[in-house]
Design a protein around this ligand. Structure first.
Ligand code: NDP
Length: 332
């Protein structure tokens, strides 16, 4: 059936925020396609997730060359949605992809050489069926390639019209500051940085957010819900349709310990007292950081996207509430 987006999709104007010191506006929640968009997932469900997100004002969709399984499948499946459902709305969409993790055989199938980065972008554009992506990332720093070479490749992607903006992921504060200086000199300032950040992973608070604020780079934290741990998903065991059960490579059941569950139940009670779900509390917590432009969520069900967007129905966290959360997490 022909898709018609909801005419109400931009009713929540407060949902958008300027990205760092750029002119680009992103929604406060963005949808990532790492899980649930591979060839092992039901295409109709993947499509429903993307279209519902767009109907609710989520304009930013994040991919990488290797998302699947198999690697490349998420870009191919999203490319089909772009072709069959979203072609008329291309200019409303902010689509990102990345290069840097293992994608093809041989010594240049991963990391940060100019060869890898630019060949990977060409492959991604083919799978997506696009002439350009909005944001192109170097997915991880490469200890063996000069930073000038990796950043030069990103800048070339912009100059050749295959990307509008460039971005970094998993770079530490020092690497980020150096890369940002090189990119600025090349005339392609760094737009965004994608670090892992949630209540149980606070490394970006130790230097990275300061660098991003100083450089005018937006932060888009990934796994803000700790892959589902910071939701009501695991409070009463491991459901069969959950990530920890279906794909335990990344969220390992043995990490869902009794000690964690005690904390999660306390956080859940705290969220309920604010009239929120635990997922909404976890997102509000990530979004309280001034450096953070948007939180990059994943979802396996349409209802999860709806729940997560309702984060904005509650007031922002106060410093006193953040201190109470620290206490529950044992960080005081
Ligand atoms: P999250 O931490 O948001 O976890 C998403 C999972 O949480 C969902 O799949 C679902 O689990 C569960 N969930 C989401 N909302 C709810 C809710 N309201 N109630 C209950 N459960 C909920 O993020 P991801 O780990 O999926 O990562 C998000 C994105 O970040 C990726 O798609 C990717 O774009 C990016 N990323 C980037 C990396 C990088 O190196 N740059 C690395 C990893 C991710 P379930 O499936 O069990 O239902």
């Amino acid at each position: 059936m022909t898709y018609q987006p909801a005419p109400t999709r931009y009713d929540h104007t407060a949902l958008y925020r300027r990205t760092g010191r750029s002119g680009l506006k992103l929604p406060r929640l963005s949808l990532g396609l790492w899980h649930n968009f591979g060839d092992t997932d039901l295409y109709d469900n993947s499509r429903a997730l993307v279209l519902r997100a767009f109907d609710l004002g989520i304009t930013h969709f994040d991919l990488a060359n290797n998302y699947g399984p198999p690697p490349g499948a998420a870009e191919r499946n999203f490319g089909r949605m772009l072709r069959e459902d979203l072609a008329a709305y291309r200019d409303e969409l902010i689509i990102s992809t990345k290069a840097g993790y293992l994608m093809w055989d041989g010594p240049n199938g991963e990391w940060g050489s100019r060869k890898h980065i630019l060949a990977s972008l060409d492959q991604s554009l083919k799978r997506l069926g696009l002439e350009y992506v909005d944001i192109f990332y170097h997915h991880r720093p490469d200890p063996d390639t000069p930073l000038e070479e990796s950043m030069g490749a990103l800048a070339h992607a912009v100059r050749s019209g295959k990307a509008l903006y460039v971005a970094l992921s998993n770079y530490n504060p020092e690497q980020t500051a150096k890369a940002a200086a090189i990119l600025r000199d090349l005339g392609t300032p760094c737009l965004l940085h994608q670090p892992k950040y949630h209540m149980y992973e606070r490394t970006p608070e130790r230097g990275l957010f300061d660098v991003l604020l100083k450089e005018g780079i937006g932060a888009i934290p990934f796994c803000p819900l700790a892959q589902g741990l910071l939701t009501n998903r695991y409070l009463n065991g491991i459901p069969e349709d959950s990530r920890a059960h279906r794909d335990p490579r990344f969220l390992k059941p043995e990490h869902i310990t009794e000690e964690k569950l005690v904390q999660l139940r306390q956080l859940n009670a705290f969220a309920q007292a604010r009239g929120q779900s635990l997922a909404q509390l976890a997102l509000a917590w990530v979004l309280r950081q001034p450096a953070v432009t948007t939180a990059l969520i994943g979802a396996s069900k349409v209802a999860q996207i709806e729940d997560n967007l309702a984060t904005f129905n509650a007031p922002d966290l106060t410093p006193s509430e953040s201190a109470q959360i620290d206490k529950i997490l044992g960080n005081t």
